[in-house]
Design a protein around this ligand. Structure first.
Ligand code: PGA
Length: 241
């Protein structure tokens, strides 16, 4: 089973030129790594241009709507992404849940409709800090997983909200506890996300049931994303010896 290295660029970089340069830098560095699935998630507007400039990485979108066409101003449909050659989509990222107020119901609709057209989906789940402090982390994540379809193209990313963009990654034992639960409920690959950096990637990759990383901030530099990919690959090679 190939592990996944995914780079979520969020709303960065801010020019097409910088986006293409970053994509090319990542593509060149990751070209020799064949035993990982490698995906970058640029903002929608840069996707077509980036596709013309990369060979070794797949391209995904950071969001999608659940309807396929119609009067939904500002939205992009799963079939439009597929038509463009996009293979993957991230759904339910905590920034969309919390800043854009997406609820569990619309997230599950997005997951279903994307899988139905043939996209691969990374569904993000994870608890907020106060939910963990109240020992409600398992209950919250179980609720977020409620109603997900059983589909081979579905991957789950466990991203505790308190670890995203904070420099404070979850500890190995916390990751193992949550990944084990998610795996037992879904049977899917489970990625970890939340302040993954070159400095902590080997340790985090050694946690049980970590099938890859969803990287935010550190995916905006080709060198650091490359180092994380190498740590993931090397850890995997060591553990499968
Ligand atoms: P981070 O973001 O690596 O910057 O913490 C991860 C994510 O939001 O997917």
């Amino acid at each position: 089973m190939r592990r996944i290295i995914a780079g979520n660029w969020k709303m960065n970089p801010t020019t097409a030129e910088n986006a293409v340069n970053l994509a090319k830098g990542v593509d060149e560095r990751l070209e020799g790594i064949n035993d990982l699935e490698k995906i970058i998630f640029p903002p929608f507007v840069y996707i077509p241009l980036i596709m013309e400039n990369v060979r070794s990485v797949e391209i995904g979108a950071q969001n999608v709507f659940y309807e396929l066409s119609g009067a939904y101003t500002g939205e992009v449909s799963p079939s439009m992404l597929l038509d463009l050659g996009v293979k993957w989509v991230i759904i339910g990222h905590s920034e969309r849940r919390n800043i854009l107020h997406e609820d569990d119901e619309s997230i599950i609709r997005k997951v279903k409709s994307s899988l139905e057209v043939g996209l691969k989906v990374i569904l993000c789940v994870g608890e907020k800090l106060h939910e963990r402090e109240l020992f409600r982390h398992k209950e919250v994540v179980k609720r977020q997983l409620d109603g997900i379809p059983d589909d081979e193209n579905l991957v789950i990313a466990y991203e505790p909200v308190w670890a995203i963009g904070t420099g404070r990654n979850a500890r190995v034992e916390q990751i193992e506890e949550m990944h084990e639960m998610i795996k037992s409920i879904t049977g899917k690959k489970v990625l970890y996300g939340g302040s993954v950096k070159p400095e902590n990637a080997s340790e985090l990759a050694s946690a049980k049931n970590v099938d890859g990383f969803l990287v935010g901030g550190a995916s905006l530099e080709a060198d650091s994303f490359h180092k994380i990919a190498l740590a993931l690959r090397n850890q995997y090679l060591t553990s499968s010896k």
